[in-house]
Design a protein around this ligand. Structure first.
Ligand SMILES: [Zn+2]
Length: 256
């Protein structure tokens, strides 16, 4: 008899929805930032710091464990060369996809970005109606079937690391990845990899970090969840075809 796979992938998402709703009760700084230690913290965060004064003084007891395979933060690898920085997006960064097409060099590459679902046969985004959390999660699991849903505080097993998925519903998606010291980093479109949120604070928990990108007019307000991603050099993603859209040709700029 074959054994059934009893993984229930959508349970953590329901928990996250409840958690996200509870976040609305926490205190905000004038720039909209919240203390990233506790989803219900009643104190606003300090300037350029992820926590409020209380959680800075007392340390944050809510921790997202890393695995021994979680990579170190290494922005130079992604930022130094224009061909790499300009043609690999948040999706590529989150999955550590570091490949360029044959006609590109590390100094020049006009190829379009890798897009979730393209490797597993989903249609191009331009032919679909929405970029909602379930759309993105289904596409990721199509591309990389080893991906599993997890939570902030769950253990990270050997051979995996954690990423987080967010959306500006119907407009754009965005990804964060956890680094070996527990903090999170991201690559907004063709811009450099950073560990800061949109208020200039380090990202301790992407669900509680500020994700309102005023310069691109995108607010990734919907938090989709945390995922376990396998550590492997052989992840296959596909670029969407054609060349990158020129920035500023639409009312809302895509930064994916
Ligand atoms: Zn706090």
């Amino acid at each position: 008899m074959p054994t059934l796979n009893l993984i229930q992938p959508f349970k953590p998402i329901l928990n996250i929805r409840a958690l996200q709703e509870s976040v609305t009760q926490s205190a905000k700084a004038p720039d909209g930032a919240r203390c990233q230690c506790d989803p219900q913290c009643k104190e606003p965060p300090l300037e350029k710091f992820p926590f409020c004064a209380f959680h800075k003084k007392n340390r944050c007891g809510r921790i997202a464990p890393v695995s021994k395979d979680t990579p170190k933060y290494n922005p130079t690898r992604w930022n130094k060369h224009e061909g790499i920085r300009g043609s690999l997006n948040c999706f590529a960064y989150a999955f550590d996809y570091f490949k360029l097409p044959k006609n590109c060099t590390i100094d020049k590459c006009d190829a379009s970005y890798p897009q979730p679902g393209r490797a597993s046969g989903y249609p191009a985004w331009s032919n679909t109606n929405g970029k909602r959390c379930p759309d993105i999660i289904a596409r990721i699991m199509g591309d990389i079937p080893e991906v599993r849903l997890t939570t902030f505080t769950d253990r990270c097993p050997k051979g995996f690391r954690k990423i987080a998925v967010v959306v500006d519903p119907n407009e754009d998606y965005h990804f964060y990845r956890q680094d070996s010291d527990g903090y999170w980093s991201h690559k907004p479109g063709a811009t450099p990899v950073t560990r800061l949120d949109t208020t200039g604070r380090p990202i301790y928990d992407p669900m509680l970090a500020t994700r309102d990108n005023k310069s691109s007019n995108l607010n990734y307000e919907r938090f989709c969840g945390y995922l376990l991603v396998p550590i492997t050099k052989n992840i296959r993603l596909s670029r969407s075809g054609g060349t990158r859209r020129a920035v500023g040709t639409r009312q809302k700029k895509r930064t994916i």
